[in-house]
Ligand binder design. Structure first.
Ligand code: HEM
Length: 412
């Protein structure tokens, strides 16, 4: 899913000499550590620029990003004429992508999303609260006394086990799910190489093989889980084909933890660095604090759209077939929308943000991610009231994912 790695692409036909061009490598360590400073400069110059390193337009302001996410003249699905065949070494990857709702537009997107939403009801999500609390308590009880990396021990474990439980995949599969997912999402990060592509394709093959076998095993074993609903839809024939069933499970299992893990890591870092008081984590305040944490340091910074017809954008024409990056991380720091955006303010008056996207592809898992953060953050700080950073955290070289390499904390 998500954004392409930077490539040298042909300059779009509509690009006039007057169009401002941004030269900014997503592999620049300073940018990766603090993308917001570069976003502010780009926004002041744009807000829509041609980003040379990606070979596409990019929008850095909240108004344009929010409008284009909802604009049906644009979409995620690669337009017919622009589809380059995938190389043979990415055949399983390509097959999985072609059945993922995230890469599709109506009518297939509508059908797949509808099926997922029917199973992904607010009742089913709300019913996960005791599971989230139980796993959180179990993880906290097992944390060491000496400094340790909170990302694998806590931030990763909770979302991966919850999404496995929701789908109905054995939680003992978590290490495999993580391994496959990590190899697959590397496809969306800057600096993609042949080795990364090979590893992603192998992970996809293994993931598909596992799911095919597991679905067969579960056909005669219906339970109250998402996989049972999806199998029923597939058996109906008209609703879901076998490849779509597998593609949907992979999308949900991967998307169901990746961003939540990173938002939890970024949130804990922010709360410790700002010495945020316990009051901000109190039951009546935590929801607002979580929204501000997501806005302040979101885990996913860039999603792209294709123009399906010519689109006027304040003096720029996106030509049919052009691609534009919607800079979610930049939009979250737009001073036109959020006063003093670089300031973490847990009592900030809530304003809409695009951290979960918007429009047709709005994140299916937003209520689940919010619930996990709402439980896991207060529980962590209540359990370890003297929590400190033991090492300066660094963001991983994995743009557009904005995630920490590690988060070494001292519990005492
Ligand atoms: C803090 C955590 C999360 C963040 C920041 C996040 C962010 C996003 C964003 C920005 C999109 C839209 C992409 C676009 O418009 O191009 C999206 C889509 C999606 N997300 Fe999430 N997500 C999170 C957690 C989850 C969880 C827990 C799930 C669980 C299943 C999930 C499942 C999905 C799915 C299935 C889509 C595709 C929706 C579609 O194409 O209609 N996400 N997410």
């Amino acid at each position: 899913m998500i954004a392409p790695s930077p490539l040298q692409r042909p300059v779009p036909r509509g690009l006039s000499a007057a169009m401002k061009t941004l030269h900014l490598s997503p592999l620049d360590p300073d940018f990766v550590q603090n993308p917001y400073a570069a976003y502010a400069m780009a926004r002041a110059d744009g807000p829509v620029l041609f980003w040379q390193d990606y070979g596409m337009y990019a929008a850095f302001d909240a108004a344009t990003v929010q409008a284009l996410l909802r604009d049906r003249r644009l979409g995620r699905e690669v337009p017919q004429g622009a589809r380059a065949p995938y190389p043979a070494h990415l055949s399983d990857w390509a097959s999985m992508e072609s059945h993922s709702m995230l890469e599709l537009e109506p009518p297939r997107h509508t059908r797949l999303r509808g099926l997922v939403l029917r199973a992904f009801t607010s009742r089913r999500i709300a019913a996960l609260l005791p599971d989230i609390q139980e796993i959180t308590a179990e993880l906290l009880a097992g944390l060491p006394d000496d400094p340790f990396d909170l990302i694998p021990a806590y931030c990763t474990e909770l979302p991966v086990r919850i999404i496995a439980r929701l789908l109905g995949v054995p939680e003992q599969m978590s290490p495999d799910l993580l391994r496959w997912s990590n190899a697959m999402v590397a496809m969306y990060q800057a600096g993609r190489t042949r080795a990364i592509e090979d590893a992603a394709n192998t992970a996809t093959t293994e993931f598909m093989d596992f799911l095919r076998g597991y679905v067969e095993q579960r056909r005669n074993d219906p339970r109250d889980d998402l996989i049972t609903s999806l199998i029923a839809a597939e058996e109906d024939g008209a609703k879901l084909d076998p490849d779509e069933l597998i593609g949907t499970c992979i999308l949900l299992l991967n998307a169901g933890h990746e961003a939540t893990v990173h938002s939890m890591g970024n949130a804990v870092k922010c709360l410790i660095e700002h010495q945020t008081g316990f009051a901000a984590l109190a039951p009546d305040r935590i929801a607002a604090t979580v929204e501000e944490l997501l806005r302040y340091d979101p885990p996913l910074h860039m999603f792209t759209r294709y123009a399906y017809e010519d689109v006027e954008l304040g003096g720029i024409t996106l030509k049919k077939g052009d691609e534009i990056a919607l800079m979610l991380g930049a939009a979250a720091h737009d001073p036109a929308m959020y006063k003093n955006p670089g300031h973490f303010d847990p009592v900030r008056l809530a304003k809409p943000h695009s951290v979960f996207g918007g429009g047709l592809h709005f994140c299916v898992g937003a209520p689940l991610a919010r619930m996990e953060l709402n439980v896991a953050l207060p529980a962590l700080f209540a359990h370890l009231p003297n929590l400190k950073l033991a090492e300066k955290p660094r963001y991983a070289m994995s743009y557009h994912f904005h995630k920490l390499d590690q988060l070494i904390i001292a519990p005492q």
